[in-house]
Design a protein. Sequence first.
Length: 641
Amino acid sequence: MNEIKYDDELLAGLFGAQPQPVFWVKPIWNKDKNQIIDFEYRYCNAELYRFSRLSKEQLLGKALSANPALDAQLHERFFSQILEVYQSGKTLEDSVYNPRLKKYYTYLRSKVQDGVLTVLQDRTLEYNTINDLEKKNALLDNILKHSPSGISVTEVVRDETGKIKDAITLLANDKAVEFTGIPMDTYLTKTVHEIEPGILDSPLYQMALSTLESGKPFHTQYYLESSKRWLELSVSKMDDNHLINVFTDISSTKEAQLKLDKGSTNLKTIFNAAQAGMFIFQPERDKKGEIVDFRFSLVNPSLAAYIGQKAEDLEGELGSRFFPGYLTNGVFDMYKQTYLTGQAQRKEVHYNVDGLDIYLDLQCIRIGDDVLVTFTDHTVAKKAQYQLEKTIEELKRSNANLEDFAHAASHDLKEPIRKINYFSERLKHQFEALLDEEGAKTFERLQVASERMRLLVDDLLEYSHVSMLPREFEEIKLDEKIQKVLDDLELVIKEKGAKITVGKLPVIKGYKRQIQQLFQNLVSNALKYSKPGTAPEISITSQLTNGMGVPENLLMQDSNTDYHLIEVKDNGIGFEQMHAERIFQMFQRLHGNSEYKGTGVGLSIARKVVQNHHGAIKAESDPGKGSTFKVYLPVSLGQLP
């Protein structure tokens, strides 16, 4: 006790008046005096008792491990630090937060005599202030980091007179960089004028100056030329030299809006410039809520001119004022149904009321709470159509009469020709002994001429048959039909020693008799125009193609239509390609009758047959190298209209 009293008196004289908490501890040794196992509080000043909220009885003379203000972690830390100072003699400075005291303090430990003196400095207020500031900074960082908006702080740059001449960004979050497309290093190092050269002359700059003066924030949309982006921007005053900017990238929305505005302007321009009459009808209801009429809400100039009124004079007027008959002739019902059901309609209307006799193409569609009506007056075209249909019917009757006449005439001519052949042959035999050479040649010419006449009549009769179409197509196995053609031409094929190759052929739909006539004419043609002294070689092949492969000058079809392309190719005398179209014309021949017999009707029949099947035919040839006739027949053929 004397030693404690001595230490207390000694240290009290030195540290009793200190404003900082102070305590002095001495080591506690084990029984063998060879190891320090704890430290004992030998002096504590009054400030320590106040700071720790512990009494003298709780500390003085007690072990460090018994201090109720220390948890196990702090006891272990403090014991090791005090031991190190005691053993090394070095001074140690550190700081700590004591959760039991809820205080933050720094301390300095020094070896004094045979113990360790600790002087504390209460930093709790400072720590709490710093901690609060760090929390606020962390909160601000989180706001900046996680904000869906771009945030920046701008500081104005003034000249020597205090006038604002530029500005620079002091702070910007990641979203600000993302939305503006300006790199962070550029954002924070260059002035706004350097980033956006035209900004000092912009309305945005003037609004920013106004906010600095008045303190009133503003909200606007701004096109950032440097990055080609639209920003929606809110600017508020922080102080006389700083502005806070909050913004988002609205480029996609703005561009859509601009397109919509442009589209709306274009639609209005189209609406007003359309040659077709266009107007918007609003329903007019009675007291019961029933639609009894429609009222013009928007009218284009074409309708106004059609009625002989001004567009602005029509708007707001009832439709029945100008067209009272539309309420009873079905047109009103058409508009009403579209309004009630939302189903668009299009009808051809013969408007034969209100003193009018016109034909209208009427279309109506519901738009919101209105009905948009478009109409075209095609009275002239309709009457012309009726006249054309009448003319076509008359032509059909005329053609039918001509075909009947051609059929009857050619059929009736066959008998006189047969008699001419018969009687010329009898005369030749009867007077053969009396005929000189010239007389014999005359009879021969007479017989040749009558035979040509017979062939011509037969071909004309065949052509008239081709013009008479059955009502429905039939299924035709083309390979069987070609074989029948070859069987019919067997004698000529053997006589000429012809080699005919037939590839795989499709099953098609068509008129059996006409298809046989088509290929009979093509194969006969190939046999007829073979090279003298050269055996004819004829190939018949087939493949699929579409409308893109059909020559445009032959027919107009959808390019997606599929066709059977059947080719009849020979090694005959050929002809100049310039005559490829001429050979299909009636009575057109490239050779004299003395060279090759014929009437010039066969290929005309071939083309007529192909046309009857909605197809096409073309010829390709080179003199001395043979010819190829290409027949295009649609894969899908149905019943004739």
